[in-house]
Design a binder for this molecule. Structure first.
Ligand code: RFL
Ligand code: PHB
Length: 380
């Protein structure tokens, strides 16, 4: 088998890259370890930045997003028993859209398949070879995909990153998130990020019928340690409001980590999305960074494969890393400002001072808003 771009992984990064390449007449094959059902049901991110939404519109992927996505013009920060609104529309003139990552994935798969795209699900034993010469992806029972370049879009636990000699920057946090998805109508129309002395809580949603909520928990927590009733009680307590309860559709624990691999390229292998970098979810940046990477990569590969210019592919890693580090900083900042630490009264006072400034200074609120709604693609 031969293709121009061999893509490992059918998450948002791999699928969107395949779509953007097809628009330029470039062939690709996507190899995915899991089944289609699995990737379409996997509950993850929910916040699409403004530049992500604009890109999806521009490339014909926003028909359902524009009908079902929830456009939000702000968020609330809660601390010291009071709510404070950060008004994105007023501060930066742009907002976000709440739309589940798995809905983006469904839309991408449907668009690729309708367009004759080649996505192989349930592929086993993916192995990369010849990444500095003639790239080959070995998989399954002796199958081979030969390609001009490989895009490693296989997430944090994939196989691609190991083929790129890199420096790893890594930070772990002493807490995790217990997340639930519940069949319960949201009672707030915007996300609430709550700093509570007993731990962070986040109020989010997916639709007019479905709420998504998170609680800060110790890192070694097993989701079954918490009964549903305990989760609801703790959420109400930390969020300081009544919330509608309902049957749980999902319950899981997510670790918190910051990670960057530099560089994001080795020869003809390019890493994109979680394969190259991870952020803690507090800034809602992970999927948006994956989208920003593949936008840069699709342009660079277009110039290379259609016109032979290496300028774009040579700049790929540096261009992406500027945005990645901005998002790493924002995600670390939101995380440290909002989570409860280990009973250090000095750190607690600093957090409250930071929160006070963020909600009372227009300049500080604007910095949060500008980062949260997403810096325009190309701006860095
Ligand atoms: P993905 O989505 O992990 O996709 C990688 C794909 O590669 C496949 N794979 C392989 N395929 C073939 N061979 C192999 N050897 C393979 N190894 C792996 C996997 O099965 C998978 O299908 O990476 P991608 O495309 O880079 O996308 C990144 C995003 O998924 C991730 O950054 C976000 O989900 C992070 N995230 C959030 N991001 C946001 O932008 N906004 C949010 O609000 C947000 N909230 C979150 C989040 C992530 C969370 N969890 C569960 C990690 C909330 C949570 C709770
Ligand atoms: C979500 O809705 O899943 C979500 C929202 C905001 C975050 C993280 C996750 O910061």
């Amino acid at each position: 088998m031969r293709t121009q771009v061999g893509i490992v992984g059918a998450g948002p990064a791999g699928l969107l890259l395949s779509h953007l390449l097809a628009r330029q007449g470039i062939d690709s094959v996507v190899l995915e370890a899991r089944s289609r059902e699995y990737v379409e049901q996997r509950v993850r991110a929910g916040v699409l930045e403004h530049p992500t939404v604009e890109l999806l519109r521009e490339v014909g992927l926003a028909e359902r997003l524009d009908r079902q996505g929830l456009a939000h013009q702000g968020i609330r920060l809660r601390f010291d028993s009071a709510d404070h609104r950060i008004d994105f529309a007023d501060l930066v003139g742009r907002g976000i859209v709440v739309y589940g990552q798995q809905e983006v994935v469904k839309d991408l798969i449907a668009a690729r398949l309708a367009d004759g795209g080649d996505i192989r699900f349930g592929v086993t034993d993916v192995r990369l070879d010849g990444v500095t010469g003639d790239p080959v992806i070995h998989f399954g029972d002796g199958e081979e995909l030969r390609c001009d370049v490989i895009a490693g879009c296989d997430g944090f636990h994939g196989v691609s990153r190991a083929e790129v000699p890199h420096t790893a920057f890594d930070r772990r946090y002493p807490f995790a998130w217990l997340g639930i998805l519940a069949h319960a109508a949201p009672i707030h129309d915007e996300l609430v990020y709550a700093n509570h002395p007993d731990g962070f809580a986040l109020y989010s949603m997916r639709s007019p019928e479905v709420t998504r909520l998170y609680l800060q928990v110790p890192p070694d927590t097993d989701a079954t340690d918490w009964s549903d009733a305990q989760v609801w009680d703790e959420l109400q307590r930390r969020l300081g409001t009544e919330i509608n309860e309902g049957p749980l559709l999902e319950k899981g624990v997510t670790g918190m980590r910051s990670f960057v691999a530099e560089p994001m390229r080795h020869g003809r292998l390019f890493l994109a999305g979680d394969a190259a970098h991870i952020v803690p979810p507090t800034g809602a940046k992970g999927m948006n960074l994956a989208v920003a990477d593949v936008r840069v990569l699709a342009d660079a590969l277009g110039s290379y494969l259609r016109g032979g210019s290496e300028t774009g592919i040579d700049a790929y890693s540096d261009t992406c890393l500027r945005r990645v580090w901005r998002a790493e900083h924002f995600s670390w900042w939101m995380t440290t400002m909002l989570h409860a630490g280990d009973d250090d009264p000095f750190a607690r006072r600093l957090q409250l001072a930071q929160l006070q400034q963020t909600v009372s200074s227009r300049a500080a609120a604007t910095t949060l808003a500008e980062n949260y709604v997403g810096l325009p693609h190309g701006a860095l």
